[in-house]
Design a protein around this ligand. Sequence first.
Ligand SMILES: [Zn+2]
Length: 482
Amino acid sequence: MVLKVIPGAGRRGSGRLVLALLAGAFVAQPVLAQPSAALTPHQQLARDIYRDVIAFRTARGQQQVPAMVAYLVDRFKKAGFSDEDIQVTDYDSEGEKTQGLMVTYRAKPGSTDKPIVLLGHMDVVDALAKDWVRPPFTLTEEDGYFFGRGTDDNKYGITNLTATFLRLKAEGWQPSRDLVLVFSGDEETGMVSTVAQARYVAENIDPAFVLNSDAGGIALAEDGTPVAFRVQSAEKTFATYEMTVTNPGGHSSRPRSDNAIYELAEALGKIAAYQFPVRATDLTRSYFATAGKLTPGDLGQAMLRFAEDPSDAEAIATLQADPETVGTLGTTCVATMLSAGHAENALPQSATATVNCRIFPGEGAAATEAKLKEALGNDTISFKLVTDVTESPASRLRDDVKAALRNSLDKRYPGLTILPYMESGGTDGMHYRTLGYDTVALSGAALKASDMFAHGLNERLPVDSFYGGLDHWYWILKDLAE
Ligand SMILES: [Zn+2]
């Protein structure tokens, strides 16, 4: 799951930003260490897998994904999955050797329902031991937490899905439709395996829908009270532009009226002042309608008013002024890097600004670029799109998926609000949405805002959350495939 403490801080998503928002009203309480009660056999199995997969340093440059795949394949084979059920594919991800893994849990004979695809990613953002308090690639249980790189993003998802498959197999359960695990090997970097797997899935499996373990989940207040179950149903499109002004330059003792740095600076001022049109969809309105009830103060009121009337100027102003909500109101573009000039005593021959955009679903990169140019009112600035752009539509939270989630959730947190949301970053899911598959991310984890350390130092997951979520997929899959 892709979640960062700071919304939109990087290329990949920030799945939990709203959690901080929802939980903001609650007073922090000390976290109590959990007594290590005797584990059930399934808890022990899941914990063992968790420990083992975290030990593989599956970060870019380490070439460890194939070793982790071999480990998982061994687990699946020992549990009774046949060679035909398991597919390992090699990928070259921008020079890094990685692999993707697909495991099919076959339906009972005569089944006609379309398969369900379940996503997770095996790679992690790297972690440097010298910067961590505990060794990042050793699972450490301490003070009520599991520490280690991937304890949250996304080796928890890989562990939970894998352990659930093994558990269902051991029970002799036969689904009424094929269930297919699709684990990618470079979600955090090139997404080469993701894109190839998504294409393979579309051509060979054609699932009814896709469920992702890499975002969403239970948002807890700081005192541990559950606030909502967040379902990632859409992702904004990531696009980065370089805006460049060029100039003949010259000697700095002979300034001229035109100057690349001044022109670029003026253009950036216009970008800073520009606001993209406010957008509202069924997803974002129902999101604000629910989140507004859970958010205190003016912000919560603004959410409710916007949900009621997306042209409410006062509500828009409040939501646009808050970094937590501005991204849900429409496209945003912001300058993130700058480079200009070549010598202190020369007039600049070029000046370039990097502008990162998070494009609202349906708007498109071309229209976004056109709007930026319109805001500049100036065609002497050249634009270059420097990222691969994957545009993906919003997904429906299907009734059958919602009902299965409801049933699973009610065993732990009866009546907990289900809250679909739009992610400002990106996960594997966008590559399935773009192919037309309804894809929602619904991790089984329960986290407080203060537990968010994915991609960062000392990543952790509450021990309670780990064990508490182990039935999550079990009930969902039983519901959807029985
Ligand atoms: Zn992730």
